[in-house]
Design a protein around this ligand. Structure first.
Ligand SMILES: *Cc1c(COP(=O)(O)O)cnc(C)c1O
Length: 238
């Protein structure tokens, strides 16, 4: 049997986003779909854009640097969603509209410096990635360090801190992931109350659990496999 096209996948995901939003009395248009195009070629991004996807997520600076040559005709919004190394920060600040996986002040300062000067009309949007599962994951800021980190990042002139992001452990039963999503929302609410920062964005939920994330307040869902199809084992390791 033929694989469903990216367009068919997109339509199906949109229906699922709308159904999840409706279940909790939210508006589907308040949820942004980020098509996670890592390991997929530029032609797949072209196809997704044609279908109506406008936000794309990549997890490696170098991979995106190569692929963007094949997509620079598209007026998309490009998100870095993977761990960023300090030596790639300056490049990332120029290649992406938003860094969704910021977890360290030194990195934030590097991004801020890289965006200083002429040629950048808007601030660089950033989200703080929070380590919601202490044992299972390596990336993300510690919960205890969050208030101070958020306050310092928010003070950087070229960055615009708009919210939080998390990658909970992979659990096939989405009921078990839900507490992590809820935790991120609570942390956002606490930061908002404590620091007076608006922080409207919650980036959480992937192909297998984005509906639960939406029910818990996600405003951005990062969907790869359900949109583009599977990634090869080789590509995943890269
Ligand atoms: C790969 C990736 C996704 C998408 O995962 P799927 O399960 O393919 O939807 C989302 N977020 C991050 C940070 C990723 O690295």
């Amino acid at each position: 049997m033929a694989q469903p096209s990216i367009k068919e996948n997109f339509l199906r995901i949109q229906e699922r986003i709308a159904a999840a939003a409706n279940r909790v009395g939210r508006r589907p248009e308040d949820i942004t779909l980020i098509g996670v195009s890592k390991t997929h070629p530029a032609i797949a991004i072209q196809e997704a854009f044609q279908a109506g996807v406008r936000h794309f997520g990549e997890n490696r600076v170098q991979e995106w640097e190569i692929k963007r040559v094949g997509t620079n005709n598209l007026a998309g919004t490009w998100h870095l969603i993977g761990h960023l190394q300090g030596n790639k920060a300056a490049k990332a600040a120029k290649l992406f509209h938003t860094i969704d996986s910021l977890d360290d002040l030194a990195l934030a300062q590097k991004l801020d410096r890289a965006r200083t000067g002429v040629g950048f009309p808007a601030k660089l949007r950033v989200l703080i990635e929070v380590r919601v599962a202490q044992e299972e994951t390596k990336s993300g800021a510690e919960i205890a360090a969050l208030p101070e980190l958020a306050e310092k990042i928010a003070a950087l002139p070229q960055l615009e801190l708009t919210g939080l992001m998390c990658i909970p452990p992979y659990l096939p039963d989405t009921a078990q992931v839900r507490p992590y999503f809820r935790r991120l929302r609570e942390l956002r609410d606490e930061l908002h109350a404590k620091l007076g920062l608006p922080l409207p964005v919650l980036s959480m939920g992937m192909s297998h659990d984005f509906e639960a994330a939406i029910e818990e307040g996600a405003t951005e869902v990062r969907v790869g496999t359900a949109l583009f199809g599977g990634r090869t084992a080789l590509a995943v390791k890269r």
